[in-house]
Design a protein around this ligand. Structure first.
Ligand code: MG
Ligand code: ZN
Length: 224
């Protein structure tokens, strides 16, 4: 009996701790959002699993948009600069945010990165979140738009198993369509799963490797 009560107390403590962290995060997210509005900067938070194609999508977008917008990319990664280096090759500013052990970016980390940036010179900030489909959804960064990338190589249940993050997204990209047949995964089924969870989301199919579908993603984000 006593043991059960102790266990419950622990659970309550954990929930309270998490709520206070999320509340603090929301405060920072609001400040970031106001800062972006003040400087008239469009912002996109790109979320998705490791290997889904977040960096490839960002590269493809940057190639098409760098003449029209002054772009900075914020790149969240535990320790490496592999993705930052790939994006920097396209001649845009890249700011690496190493999260150490953290499995998501939070609004406080973004706020710190913004302190060192020349916001007046920017039109568009693209944020690559840390690769995972769970907690990045809960931690809003203050970005105007949120995009989730999944790939057909992750199998047919990615949407159903991670409903929360899809509720948060206004654009969902289903990538690696060139491999859909080999994986026996159907775009239309994944799209229907997204629409059931979030009927307002725009769902776009891409093959970033072959540079296909990118213009539709740019259109869905109102950047064209
Ligand atoms: Mg990446
Ligand atoms: Zn996390």
């Amino acid at each position: 009996m006593t043991k059960i009560v102790e266990h419950k107390e622990d659970e309550v403590f954990d929930i309270e701790l998490e709520e206070s962290i999320l509340k603090k995060n929301e405060d920072f997210a609001k400040k970031n959002s106001e800062l972006f509005k003040t400087h008239n900067i469009k912002t996109i938070d790109i979320m998705g699993s490791i290997g889904s194609g977040k960096t490839s999508l960002i590269e493809a977008m940057v190639k098409r948009l760098k003449e029209k917008y002054q772009i900075a990319v914020l790149n969240g990664d535990l320790t490496t600069t592999i993705d930052s280096d790939r994006v920097a090759k396209h001649g845009v500013d890249v700011i690496q945010i190493n999260t150490g052990k953290e499995c998501h970016l939070d609004a406080n980390l973004i706020s710190k990165a913004l302190e060192d940036m020349e916001l007046d010179q920017l039109d568009l900030i693209i944020i690559e979140n840390v690769g995972n489909l769970i907690c990045p959804g809960e931690f809003r960064l203050g970005a105007e738009q949120r995009l989730v990338v999944i790939s057909v190589t992750e199998g047919p249940y990615m949407v159903l198993k991670h409903p929360f993050i899809f509720m948060e997204a206004n654009v969902v990209v289903i990538n690696k369509l060139d491999l859909a047949e080999a994986m026996n995964v159907e775009f239309e089924k994944l799209k229907a799963d997204v629409m059931r969870i979030n009927p307002k989301a725009e769902v776009i199919g891409t093959s970033c490797r072959n540079d296909k579908g990118i213009i539709y993603v740019i259109g869905a984000l109102n950047l064209s």
